[in-house]
Design a protein around this ligand. Structure first.
Ligand SMILES: *Cc1c(COP(=O)(O)O)cnc(C)c1O
Length: 418
C-alpha cells in the first residue's frame, strides 16, 4: 500500500504481528531470520551398518524371494504383534486388500472406515468391490468413534476398520464391543502403530487382524513392504494364498516335495515381499523398541514445552502410544492466521511440517463415485482443517527438537489473538 493511500484511510485490519522488518523477532515469512536454514523433514528413515549387512547377506548367497528371510521377518512381525501368524506382503495397501479379501469382503458389502486416514484404508474396500462407509471420529483422539460405528452398521456391514492414527492404538474395548454385538470382525489398520500396546498387551492382537506398512516413512523400512498379523489360522492361510495369485502351494514347497502341480483356487494377486526387502525390514524391526523410546522422548518434549500455548491443542498422551506422528491442532478462534498460514510460516522457519490428513470422503474420487459430501463427518472435517504434523523421527537431534519448539513458539506467538 502506498503512503498516499495509507494517509487517507485508517486500516484497522493491519496485522499486529511482531516487527515485520528483518530482525530477530520477525517471522521468516515476513523477511525475518528463519529458526534454521536447512529444512528439517517431518520424517526420515535410518539405515545402519547392520541393515546393510542384512541386505548384503541376501544378495551374496540367499534366495531373492520366497526364501527364509521372508519367514524370519514374518516371525518377527508376529512376535511384535503378539499373534500366532504374520503374512508378509509388498505394501501396507496390499496388506489391507489381502486381509479384506481373506475376510470375504466383496461386491455389495459395506466396510466402515474413519475419514482421517491415508486413502489406502478406504481404497482397499473399493478394490474388493465394497462400499466404504465413513463414520466420524472422536474429537479428542481422532480415532473411529464407537457410537458412530454403531449408527453406521447395516445388514450389509461386513467389516469395521479402525486406524491407529498417529500410533495410538484403536482396537479399544468400546469399539470391540460394538463389533462383537453386531458380529462383524474388526480389522486394525496399524500402519502407524507397530509396537503399540493396549491394556498391557500388543494392540494388534486385539483385532481379528492388523495390517502394517514398511514404507520408509513408517517405523521400520523395507523400501516397500507390508504385513498382516492375526490369530485366526483360516484367515492366515487364505491371506497367504491370496498374496500369490490364489494358488494353493508356493513354488518353494513344490520344489522341496519334488512335484510340479498346483491349483489356483481363487483370484489372488502378486503381493509377495522379496527377501531383500524382508531382510531390511527385519533388521529395522529389531530396533523398534529403541525407536519408539526415542520417538516418545521427542513427543514428550513437545508436550512439555508447548503446553502453555493457548492457541494450539496438543495430542493426548497414551501409555501404549507408538508415536508415528506428532499432530497438533490450531485453534482458529485464538489465531489471526489460518492453519495454512501457520503451516507456511513454519515452513519458512525451516520446519518441514505436514498435514495428516485431509478427509478421505472429501477427495474428488469419493465425492463422485460414492456421493460423499461435507457435513457427513463434522468432527473429522473440522479437525482436518486444524491439523499440523510436526517433525518426529528417531535420529532427530535434541537441537532439532529445540528448533521445532522455538519455531512453533515464534509463529504461534506472533499469530495469537491476545
Ligand atoms: C502408510 C499407510 C498405509 C499404506 O501403506 P503402504 O505401505 O504405503 O501401501 C495404509 N494406511 C495407513 C494408515 C498408512 O499410514
Amino acid at each position: 500500500m502506498s503512503t498516499l493511500a495509507k494517509a487517507g484511510s485508517i486500516d484497522t485490519r493491519e496485522p499486529t504481528r511482531v516487527d515485520p522488518r528483518p530482525g530477530r523477532g520477525a517471522l521468516a515469512i515476513d523477511g525475518g531470520h528463519p529458526v534454521r536454514r536447512d529444512r528439517l523433514p517431518y520424517g526420515r528413515h535410518e539405515i545402519t551398518e547392520a541393515d546393510r549387512a542384512a541386505v548384503d547377506a541376501i544378495l551374496r548367497d540367499q534366495p531373492l524371494t520366497g526364501g527364509p528371510a521372508v519367514v524370519a521377518f514374518e516371525r518377527a512381525v508376529a512376535e511384535m504383534a503378539g499373534t500366532d501368524h504374520a503374512i508378509a506382503v509388498n505394501s501396507g495397501t496390499a496388506a489391507l486388500h489381502a486381509s479384506m479379501l481373506a475376510l470375504g469382503v466383496g461386491p455389495g458389502d459395506e466396510v466402515i472406515v474413519p475419514p482421517i486416514t491415508f486413502v489406502a484404508t478406504a481404497n482397499a474396500a473399493v478394490m474388493c468391490g465394497a462400499t466404504p462407509v465413513f463414520a466420524d471420529v472422536n474429537d479428542r483422539t481422532l480415532l473411529l468413534d464407537p457410537s458412530r460405528v454403531r449408527v453406521s452398521l447395516s445388514e450389509r456391514t461386513k467389516l469395521v476398520v479402525t486406524v491407529d492414527y498417529t500410533g495410538r492404538p484403536s482396537a479399544t474395548d468400546p469399539v470391540r464391543m460394538v463389533c462383537e454385538r453386531a458380529d462383524v470382525p474388526l480389522l486394525a489398520d496399524a500402519c502407524h502403530a507397530p509396537g503399540a500396546r493396549l491394556g498391557g498387551v500388543p494392540a494388534p492382537s486385539l483385532a481379528r487382524a492388523a495390517t502394517f506398512s514398511f514404507h520408509p516413512v513408517k517405523h521400520a523400512a523395507a523400501g516397500e513392504g507390508g504385513a498382516i498379523a492375526t490369530n485366526d489360522p483360516e484367515l492366515a492361510a487364505r491371506a497367504t494364498r491370496l498374496r500369490s495369485h490364489g494358488i494353493d502351494t508356493d513354488a518353494a514347497a513344490r520344489e522341496r516335495s519334488g512335484g510340479h502341480a498346483y491349483q489356483m483356487l481363487e483370484l489372488g494377486h502378486n503381493y509377495r515381499l522379496s527377501d531383500i526387502n524382508a531382510a531390511l525390514a527385519a533388521s529395522q524391526l529389531s530396533r523398534l523398541g529403541a525407536s519408539i523410546t526415542r520417538r516418545r522422548a521427542i513427543a514428550h518434549r513437545y508436550l512439555d514445552e508447548l503446553a502453555d500455548l493457548e492457541a494450539i491443542t496438543l495430542p493426548e498422551p497414551h501409555e501404549g502410544h507408538a508415536w508415528h506422528l506428532f499432530v497438533m491442532r490450531v485453534r482458529p478462534e485464538r489465531l489471526r492466521a489460518s492453519r495454512d498460514e501457520v503451516f507456511a510460516a513454519l515452513i519458512a522457519e525451516g520446519i518441514g511440517v505436514n498435514v495428516h490428513y485431509s478427509c478421505v470422503h472429501l477427495h474428488p474420487y469419493y465425492r463422485e463415485r460414492f456421493e460423499t459430501a461435507e457435513g457427513q463427518c463434522p468432527v473429522a472435517e473440522r479437525a482436518a482443517d486444524e491439523l499440523i504434523t510436526l517433525p518426529l523421527f528417531p535420529t532427530m537431534a535434541d537441537s532439532d527438537t529445540s528448533d521445532v519448539i522455538a519455531a512453533v513458539r515464534k509463529v504461534i506467538g506472533a499469530y495469537t489473538v491476545t
